[in-house]
Design a protein around this ligand. Sequence first.
Ligand code: NI
Length: 198
Amino acid sequence: MDKIKQVELYAKEMLVTEKAAHDFAHSDRVMKIAVLIGEKLDADLEIIKIAALTHDIIDKKVAGNVLDASNALRHKLESLGYLTLQIDHVFDIIENMSYSSGKIPESLEGKIVQDADRLEAVGAISIARAFAYGGKMDRMIYQEDNANCSIAHFYDKLLKLKDMMNTDIAKSIAERRHKVMEEYLDNFYKEWNLEDIV
Ligand code: NI
Protein backbone atom coordinates (compact mmCIF):
# COMPACT_ATOMS: atom_id res chain seq x y z
CA MET A 1 0.00 0.00 0.00
CA ASP A 2 1.44 3.40 -0.84
CA LYS A 3 2.19 5.86 1.92
CA ILE A 4 -0.58 8.32 1.11
CA LYS A 5 -3.14 5.52 1.23
CA GLN A 6 -1.90 4.73 4.73
CA VAL A 7 -2.13 8.39 5.78
CA GLU A 8 -5.67 8.34 4.41
CA LEU A 9 -6.58 5.26 6.47
CA TYR A 10 -5.06 6.84 9.58
CA ALA A 11 -7.06 10.05 9.07
CA LYS A 12 -10.23 8.04 8.52
CA GLU A 13 -9.64 6.17 11.76
CA MET A 14 -8.94 9.35 13.74
CA LEU A 15 -12.05 11.08 12.38
CA VAL A 16 -14.40 8.10 12.64
CA THR A 17 -16.44 9.65 15.48
CA GLU A 18 -16.75 13.00 13.68
CA LYS A 19 -20.15 13.29 12.07
CA ALA A 20 -20.99 16.97 12.00
CA ALA A 21 -18.53 19.06 10.04
CA HIS A 22 -15.08 17.58 10.40
CA ASP A 23 -15.79 14.09 9.15
CA PHE A 24 -13.37 12.32 6.82
CA ALA A 25 -15.39 13.34 3.75
CA HIS A 26 -14.47 16.96 4.58
CA SER A 27 -10.75 16.17 4.76
CA ASP A 28 -11.01 14.16 1.57
CA ARG A 29 -12.61 17.08 -0.28
CA VAL A 30 -9.99 19.47 1.12
CA MET A 31 -7.34 17.15 -0.29
CA LYS A 32 -8.97 16.95 -3.72
CA ILE A 33 -9.50 20.72 -3.97
CA ALA A 34 -5.94 21.39 -2.77
CA VAL A 35 -4.50 18.94 -5.30
CA LEU A 36 -6.42 20.59 -8.16
CA ILE A 37 -5.07 24.00 -7.15
CA GLY A 38 -1.61 22.59 -6.41
CA GLU A 39 -1.31 21.03 -9.85
CA LYS A 40 -1.91 24.39 -11.47
CA LEU A 41 0.64 26.11 -9.26
CA ASP A 42 3.34 23.43 -9.47
CA ALA A 43 3.28 22.74 -5.73
CA ASP A 44 4.52 19.66 -3.84
CA LEU A 45 1.45 17.43 -4.08
CA GLU A 46 2.67 14.86 -1.55
CA ILE A 47 2.96 17.52 1.15
CA ILE A 48 -0.44 18.92 0.14
CA LYS A 49 -2.10 15.51 0.42
CA ILE A 50 -0.66 14.71 3.84
CA ALA A 51 -1.49 18.13 5.27
CA ALA A 52 -5.03 18.15 3.86
CA LEU A 53 -5.83 14.64 5.08
CA THR A 54 -4.51 15.25 8.59
CA HIS A 55 -5.34 18.92 9.20
CA ASP A 56 -8.34 18.34 11.45
CA ILE A 57 -6.81 15.52 13.49
CA ILE A 58 -4.82 18.02 15.54
CA ASP A 59 -7.52 20.71 15.59
CA LYS A 60 -8.81 21.50 19.07
CA LYS A 61 -12.39 21.08 17.80
CA VAL A 62 -11.62 17.43 17.04
CA ALA A 63 -8.67 16.25 19.15
CA GLY A 64 -9.27 15.48 22.80
CA ASN A 65 -5.70 16.48 23.53
CA VAL A 66 -3.95 18.49 20.79
CA LEU A 67 -0.43 17.65 22.00
CA ASP A 68 -1.12 13.90 22.18
CA ALA A 69 -2.80 13.96 18.75
CA SER A 70 0.17 15.87 17.29
CA ASN A 71 2.72 13.45 18.77
CA ALA A 72 0.77 10.44 17.54
CA LEU A 73 0.53 11.92 14.03
CA ARG A 74 4.26 12.71 13.98
CA HIS A 75 5.08 9.14 14.99
CA LYS A 76 2.73 7.79 12.36
CA LEU A 77 4.38 9.84 9.61
CA GLU A 78 7.85 8.83 10.85
CA SER A 79 6.86 5.16 10.84
CA LEU A 80 5.72 5.51 7.23
CA GLY A 81 9.20 6.72 6.31
CA TYR A 82 8.55 10.41 5.70
CA LEU A 83 11.58 12.64 6.18
CA THR A 84 11.83 15.04 9.11
CA LEU A 85 11.89 17.90 6.61
CA GLN A 86 8.58 16.74 5.12
CA ILE A 87 6.97 16.14 8.51
CA ASP A 88 8.07 19.58 9.75
CA HIS A 89 6.61 21.11 6.60
CA VAL A 90 3.28 19.34 7.18
CA PHE A 91 3.17 20.53 10.79
CA ASP A 92 4.02 24.08 9.77
CA ILE A 93 0.91 23.94 7.60
CA ILE A 94 -1.58 22.23 9.89
CA GLU A 95 -0.56 24.21 12.98
CA ASN A 96 -0.93 27.55 11.21
CA MET A 97 -3.95 27.20 8.95
CA SER A 98 -7.00 27.42 11.20
CA TYR A 99 -9.27 30.45 11.04
CA SER A 100 -9.03 30.86 14.80
CA SER A 101 -5.21 31.02 14.68
CA GLY A 102 -5.43 34.09 12.44
CA LYS A 103 -2.27 32.91 10.69
CA ILE A 104 -1.28 32.10 7.11
CA PRO A 105 1.14 29.19 6.57
CA GLU A 106 4.42 30.30 5.01
CA SER A 107 4.79 27.85 2.13
CA LEU A 108 2.86 27.74 -1.14
CA GLU A 109 1.58 24.29 -0.16
CA GLY A 110 0.31 25.69 3.14
CA LYS A 111 -1.46 28.58 1.47
CA ILE A 112 -3.14 26.16 -0.92
CA VAL A 113 -4.34 23.76 1.81
CA GLN A 114 -5.61 26.71 3.85
CA ASP A 115 -7.56 27.94 0.81
CA ALA A 116 -9.02 24.47 0.18
CA ASP A 117 -10.13 24.15 3.81
CA ARG A 118 -11.67 27.63 3.68
CA LEU A 119 -13.47 26.84 0.43
CA GLU A 120 -15.24 24.10 2.40
CA ALA A 121 -16.65 26.88 4.58
CA VAL A 122 -18.05 28.85 1.63
CA GLY A 123 -21.07 27.63 -0.37
CA ALA A 124 -23.75 24.96 -0.20
CA ILE A 125 -21.77 22.36 1.74
CA SER A 126 -20.64 25.07 4.09
CA ILE A 127 -24.27 25.85 4.92
CA ALA A 128 -24.88 22.19 5.80
CA ARG A 129 -21.70 22.05 7.87
CA ALA A 130 -22.59 25.24 9.75
CA PHE A 131 -25.97 23.91 10.89
CA ALA A 132 -24.66 20.42 11.63
CA TYR A 133 -21.89 21.86 13.78
CA GLY A 134 -24.31 24.33 15.38
CA GLY A 135 -26.58 21.42 16.32
CA LYS A 136 -23.69 19.53 17.81
CA MET A 137 -22.81 22.59 19.90
CA ASP A 138 -26.47 22.95 20.99
CA ARG A 139 -26.88 26.29 19.19
CA MET A 140 -30.15 27.80 17.99
CA ILE A 141 -30.66 27.92 14.23
CA TYR A 142 -31.56 31.59 14.36
CA GLN A 143 -32.49 34.07 17.01
CA GLU A 144 -32.26 37.79 16.55
CA ASP A 145 -29.57 39.33 18.77
CA ASN A 146 -28.16 35.89 19.61
CA ALA A 147 -24.50 36.09 18.61
CA ASN A 148 -24.14 32.37 19.26
CA CYS A 149 -26.79 31.08 16.84
CA SER A 150 -25.86 29.30 13.61
CA ILE A 151 -26.97 32.15 11.37
CA ALA A 152 -24.68 34.52 13.31
CA HIS A 153 -21.77 32.25 12.37
CA PHE A 154 -22.26 33.28 8.72
CA TYR A 155 -21.49 36.89 9.63
CA ASP A 156 -18.74 36.05 12.14
CA LYS A 157 -16.78 33.93 9.72
CA LEU A 158 -18.30 32.34 6.62
CA LEU A 159 -19.14 35.52 4.69
CA LYS A 160 -15.66 36.92 5.37
CA LEU A 161 -13.76 34.03 3.83
CA LYS A 162 -13.98 35.00 0.16
CA ASP A 163 -11.73 37.99 0.86
CA MET A 164 -9.21 35.86 2.76
CA MET A 165 -8.12 33.45 0.03
CA ASN A 166 -4.41 33.25 -0.72
CA THR A 167 -4.52 32.06 -4.33
CA ASP A 168 -6.36 33.58 -7.29
CA ILE A 169 -7.90 30.22 -8.21
CA ALA A 170 -9.45 29.89 -4.75
CA LYS A 171 -10.62 33.51 -4.90
CA SER A 172 -12.68 32.88 -8.03
CA ILE A 173 -14.19 29.65 -6.65
CA ALA A 174 -14.99 31.47 -3.40
CA GLU A 175 -16.77 34.30 -5.28
CA ARG A 176 -19.14 31.76 -6.84
CA ARG A 177 -19.76 29.89 -3.62
CA HIS A 178 -20.22 33.13 -1.68
CA LYS A 179 -23.19 34.02 -3.88
CA VAL A 180 -24.83 30.71 -2.95
CA MET A 181 -24.67 31.70 0.72
CA GLU A 182 -25.96 35.21 0.09
CA GLU A 183 -28.91 33.84 -1.86
CA TYR A 184 -29.53 31.26 0.85
CA LEU A 185 -29.61 33.94 3.56
CA ASP A 186 -32.00 36.08 1.50
CA ASN A 187 -34.36 33.13 1.19
CA PHE A 188 -33.93 32.20 4.84
CA TYR A 189 -35.07 35.63 6.04
CA LYS A 190 -37.92 35.71 3.53
CA GLU A 191 -39.28 32.43 4.88
CA TRP A 192 -38.55 33.41 8.48
CA ASN A 193 -40.65 36.55 8.02
CA LEU A 194 -43.24 34.74 5.85
CA GLU A 195 -42.52 37.18 3.05
CA ASP A 196 -42.55 34.38 0.49
CA ILE A 197 -46.17 33.54 1.32
CA VAL A 198 -48.51 35.35 -1.02
NI1 NI B 1 -11.04 21.47 8.02
